[in-house]
Design a protein around this ligand. Structure first.
Ligand code: ADP
Length: 599
């Protein structure tokens, strides 16, 4: 047993927030289904646990026998034989403990490997609406923390709980068999232990909670300050920040000090109680032995057993909480696995072959939440190769139209047709393969620039990638980078500017060569030269493709074949730039107010 196992673990939920699984039985059963193909190995593990528990009972018993039958009777030959037996018992015990751990680790790692794969796979099957509703961090925590929790519990706690119960029952059974009176004396410390621990943990619990809270606070503060370092420096707030940090740090020290001090009492208490029971057994046992009621050997067995018996009691109390939090963790993982997946393609859904690019919305209505219509009775059509600009205030429904067209969300009624085909009767993947996206926040993967552009079409040659980059006006800046196309980008694309990221995503779209384009114009300020480069590249990209442009600035869409002015999910006006200006309605005022802002 490790020295500290009597100490409450800060993550243990006797002391912190209780994480209770909602449905124990079915969750455990489901975890069990993960090792259904490991039944053989699992039964070996259980067998080893039984053997090692039995041997741990047998050891002290043999020592008692050695005293009573051989040492007292001075039978050296018998004693030697028994010692040999004792060696076998100890070796056997170590071996079975080692084997059970070894096999169990295999089972545990296999199980969480499967869980992690299942979970990650599920992410691809879930609809975009699932991700829209959740935070990254929360999902990350499922894949990492929750699964890790299951893993570490399966690694050790699972066996420990089982073996603790066996050892406990076995020890008490043999004790009663040997001497009911001594058993009663040994067990007398149990209530003391129970109330003593309760008294201490109640106090430590509060301290640990406080420590956790302070730790959380300080972590949050560090994160905030490191990511906002630029602001701290530019407002010369270093001194104030340092003072705040020192105060938080002091609070953490204080709560940590008391939490550790109090929890340090636990092993002391256990020690005192153990020694007390040792004294009682030795004292009362001695009197009984003098009266011929028990043998010396039995007293020795009891001394050993009473030690052996507080340990599993303690382990059980500790492991139970770990087990609880692991089951709760598994439950959270299963919750995601049970989330409804993106609807399957309808039976008989077809592949959309070569797309020319005529798009038609017929009376399309849609709502994200049940009772509020986001888009209602939307009808418009776009001819092959045309550019449509979607204009309107934030929340007007521009993104929603694009979400419906790409079937990230399904319309509630009406039809969306591409070249006359209802998109609901087409396979999603086939629909999306004809679409290209250049979004505001161009997403880059960790990898080289070459790989990032090639994501548009995986079988493109290096030459094709470079050509796409040239058309996207990205080639010249890429070439100037020390490692050129081999430059490694991280997710944030740090090292290159926002505008350059946009150029790379244009190159990616050019390479993909889709018939339909979705462009979400960048709102963030980009310098005029890059802005011009982007506009030029976009014009090239849009050539001959049906394009939907979510426009934030009206000066870039004057060439659009059609402008849809949206408001509250409906079309307020539609026409070309000139037509709409002549109308002198919403677009007209929007245009003039932007002109003023830019002036
Ligand atoms: P725009 O792109 O024009 O700014 P959106 O299409 O994003 O507007 O939003 C239209 C409306 O739908 C807004 O009222 C917005 O709050 C709501 N909305 C957008 N996305 C979601 C979502 N995932 N869940 C619920 N409501 C949403």
């Amino acid at each position: 047993m490790s020295k500290d196992s009597n100490r409450p673990h800060p993550h243990n939920h006797l002391f912190g927030k209780k994480v209770k699984p909602k449905n124990w039985a079915s969750t455990i059963k489901r975890i069990g289904s993960y090792f259904s193909d490991q039944k053989f190995l699992l039964s070996l593990v259980l067998l080893m646990v039984i053997i090692s528990s039995a041997l741990s009972l047998l050891g002290p018993f043999l020592i008692g026998m050695a005293i009573d039958s051989y040492i007292v009777k001075e039978n050296i030959e018998g004693l030697n034989k028994l010692l040999l037996g004792l060696i076998f018992v100890f070796v056997g015990q170590s071996l079975s403990t080692w084997l059970q751990n070894y096999w169990m680790i295999g089972i545990a790692q296999d199980t969480v490997l499967k869980m992690r794969n299942d979970l990650f796979n599920q992410f691809h099957r879930l609809s975009i609406s699932f991700f829209d509703k959740r935070q990254h961090g929360e999902l990350m925590s499922r894949v990492t923390n929750d699964i890790e929790n299951v893993s570490s519990t399966l690694n050790s706690s699972f066996i420990q709980v089982f073996s603790s119960i066996l050892t406990l029952v076995g020890t008490v059974g043999v004790m009663i068999y040997l001497s009911p009176i001594l058993t009663l004396i040994s067990l007398s410390i149990v209530p003391l232990m129970f109330f003593g621990l309760k008294w201490i943990t109640k106090r430590t619990g509060a301290r640990f909670k406080e420590q956790q809270r302070n730790l959380g606070e300080i972590n949050g503060y560090i994160e905030e300050i490191t990511s906002g370092q630029r602001i701290v420096k530019s407002f010369s707030q270093e001194k104030r920040v340092m003072e705040e940090f020192m105060a938080k740090n002091e609070r953490l020290r204080e709560s940590g000090y008391w939490a550790q001090t109090f929890s340090g009492f636990i092993p002391k208490l256990m020690n005192v109680l153990n020694n007390g029971s040792f004294a009682l057994i030795a004292g009362i046992g001695g009197v009984l032995a003098l009266n011929g009621k028990v043998s010396i050997g039995v007293i020795v067995i009891f001394v050993e057993y009473s030690r052996q018996f507080t340990r599993p009691l303690n382990d059980l109390a500790n492991q139970f909480n770990t087990l609880l939090s692991a089951v709760a963790g598994a439950e959270r993982v299963f919750e995601i696995l049970d989330e409804s997946q993106e609807e399957m393609d309808e039976t008989g859904a077809t592949e959309l072959s070569a797309v020319k690019g005529k798009v038609e919305f017929r009376d399309v209505s849609f709502s994200y939440e049940k009772d509020e219509k986001t888009v209602s009775d939307l009808s418009f059509s776009v001819n092959e190769g045309e550019t449509v600009a979607l204009v309107g205030p934030t929340g007007a429904g521009k993104t929603t139209i694009v979400n419906l067209l790409s079937r990230f969300y399904e319309s509630d009624s009406g039809q969306i047709l591409i070249d006359g085909h209802d998109i609901k009767k087409v396979k999603r993947s086939s629909l999306r393969s004809h679409m290209g996206f250049v979004l505001q926040d161009s997403f880059l993967f960790e990898g080289t620039i070459l790989e990032n552009i090639r994501y548009g079409r995986l079988n493109a040659t290096d030459e094709e990638v470079v050509n796409a980059a040239k058309l996207a006006n990205a080639h010249s800046f890429v070439q100037k980078l020390p490692k050129g196309y081999k430059t490694i980008l991280n997710q944030e694309g740090s090292g290159i500017s926002q505008g350059q990221k946009q150029l790379l995503s244009i190159a990616r779209a050019i390479l993909a060569d889709p018939s339909l384009l979705i462009l979400d114009e960048a709102t963030s300020s980009i310098d005029t030269i890059t802005e011009m480069k982007i506009q030029e590249a976009l014009q090239r990209l849009m050539q001959g493709r049906t394009s939907f442009v979510i426009a934030h600035r009206l000066n870039t869409i004057q060439q659009a074949d059609q402008i849809l002015v949206l408001h509250d999910g409906g079309i307020l006006e539609k026409g070309t730039h000139e037509e709409l200006l002549k109308n002198k309605k919403f677009y007209h005022s929007l245009y003039h107010s932007q002109l003023k802002q830019d002036a």
